[in-house]
Ligand binder design. Structure first.
Ligand code: NAP
Length: 451
């Protein structure tokens, strides 16, 4: 049988996770299908659709979820009502549009043990907000669409449209700044906080405080500022990865009649989060002194075209004194506090290569913060390699005490192992270590190269 072919159309399409997601979903079913992606500029959409007709189906992403509708042969009732299509099925040459974003949102919250039938405020009035508002209203929820001043009109139009199409819908619209009172669920359906502008958040602390649970449609980074704020306030906080996975699974249900178990989808959520962290997050190198964190970090950054940051240098530049001076004048607890603040801030940055200090990743809090959106690699050097690399370094006071280096080395190894996503043997040359790290970070959907 000829393998079925599927694709994604979007603009831009470079950051998409869809080929990875569908590749894994096909593998769950042993389906010999292929999935590609096409970056189609807006002027080329109409010309692209005839070229998509030989496919068994395709996904549609930003900015074409509405624009594609008149170019199809029809839409199912849900997609027509919402006015958004993210899945197209080719049935004997007839292209039919469907939408699975709302279902993805609902199932992601169900996985987290949360419902959507209570009082919900949705921030944003674009495509994601449309799917989410309709899904919550269909589940019997009461929804307020909240927007910034210049998109207030779009929020009112969305509320009016949903009110007209869903009998008995309880839906209204207002400015985000006018949201008052308590609610069950606060949804971010704006791109605020999304890669590469990761330091954004559409909600303030008061809005989050008044919400029993929060959901962020943004999936890159996995943990946005919005989710961090909610976690800090003790609220259940659900990220967009589950929605992404569940909308993809629902597309395959439409194309192939596929059914995926909860455990398969949860496994894929974890894999997708790891892939997202690998592709976009910081790469943090940890390990014992002499492990090569700084040398390999600089080399890795140069190879990957990323910016390098040495955490100790970053802290000493902030404080205006060297780390040794901070230890001597302010003491180690003060340094660890500065380090924790620096790690917290950097965990919301993306695309950096960071050489952590020898003690940074011993703190589970620091390890957790770095791993939320990035990858931690332990450079595991043998005691012999460490000894030979630091033997001429007079700035390491630990070397002075007999046996201190050995016992510290033994104590810390288990902690580094526990903190890291990946371990690399660091006895080799920096070039080889960097080659190994780059191999570990290769995206799972990278086509295999012939040697
Ligand atoms: P969109 O159609 O461009 O709409 C974005 C909406 O957010 C607009 O109403 C925009 O209004 C508003 N907005 C933008 N920045 C804002 C800010 N800082 N504060 C308040 N409002 C702001 O985009 P979309 O398709 O709805 O996508 C929104 C997000 O959802 C994206 O990050 C996308 O990746 C994500 N998404 C995730 C999934 C998933 O499966 N997890 C599915 C679909 C979408 P203004 O006119 O005021 O800018």
């Amino acid at each position: 049988m000829v393998p079925k072919r599927f694709a994604l159309i979007a603009h831009p399409a470079g950051h998409t996770m869809s080929p990875f997601l569908h590749g894994r979903l096909f593998a769950f079913r042993n389906e010999a299908a292929s999935y590609g992606s096409a970056d189609i500029p807006p002027s080329g959409l109409a010309a692209a659709v005839p070229r998509l007709r030989p496919l068994s189906g395709f996904n549609v992403s930003i900015p074409y979820k509405r624009a594609i509708i008149p170019m199809l042969d029809g839409c199912d009732e849900k997609a027509a009502a919402i006015g958004s299509v993210n899945t197209v099925k080719n049935e004997n040459g007839r292209l039919t549009g469907y939408t699975t974003d709302g279902e993805g949102f609902r199932r992601a919250l169900e996985f987290a043990g949360q419902g959507i039938s209570g009082k919900t405020a949705v921030l944003g009035a674009g495509g994601a907000a449309r799917a989410i508002v309709f899904e919550a209203l269909r589940a019997g929820g009461e929804v307020t669409v909240a927007a910034r001043p210049h998109s207030l009109e779009a929020a009112h139009a969305l509320a009016a449209d949903a009110g007209k199409k869903i009998p008995g819908a309880r839906v209204s619209a207002c400015l985000i700044s006018e949201l008052r009172g308590k609610r069950d669920l606060l949804v971010n359906a704006t791109p605020a906080g999304m890669y590469p502008q990761t330091n954004g958040c559409a909600a303030n602390a008061e809005l989050v405080e008044n919400s029993a649970c929060v959901f962020d449609a943004v999936y890159n980074p996995c943990v946005t500022e919005f989710l961090s704020l909610a976690k800090a306030l003790g609220k259940p906080a659900v990220g967009g990865t589950g929605m992404l996975v569940c909308q993809a699974a629902a597309s395959e249900e439409i194309w192939l009649g596929a059914h995926f178990s909860d455990s398969e989808l949860l496994e894929l959520c974890a894999e997708t989060a790891l892939e997202t962290r690998k592709k976009f997050g910081n790469i943090v190198l940890c390990g014992f002194m002499g492990g090569g964190k700084t040398t390999c970090g600089r080399l890795l950054a140069a190879h990957m075209g990323r910016k390098f940051l040495d955490l100790d240098e970053f802290i000493s530049a902030r404080e205006g004194m060297s780390v040794a001076e901070i230890f001597r004048i302010k003491g180690e607890p003060a340094f660890r506090k500065m380090e924790k603040e620096a790690v917290k801030g950097l965990s919301h940055a993306s695309g950096l290569v960071i050489a952590a200090g020898g003690g940074t990743l011993l703190s589970p809090e620091n390890a957790g913060a770095f791993r939320e959106n990035g990858i931690v690699v332990w450079l595991d050097a043998s005691l012999g390699a460490v000894r030979s690399r630091i033997s001429n370094d007079g700035t390491r006071p630990l070397l002075a005490k007999p046996g201190a280096l050995e016992s510290l080395y033994t104590l810390r190894r288990g902690r580094y192992r526990g903190a890291a996503d990946f371990t690399v043997n660091a006895d080799e040359s920096p070039e080889n270590i960097v080659k190994r790290i780059m191999g570990l970070l290769k995206p799972a959907d990278t086509p295999k190269q012939e040697d």
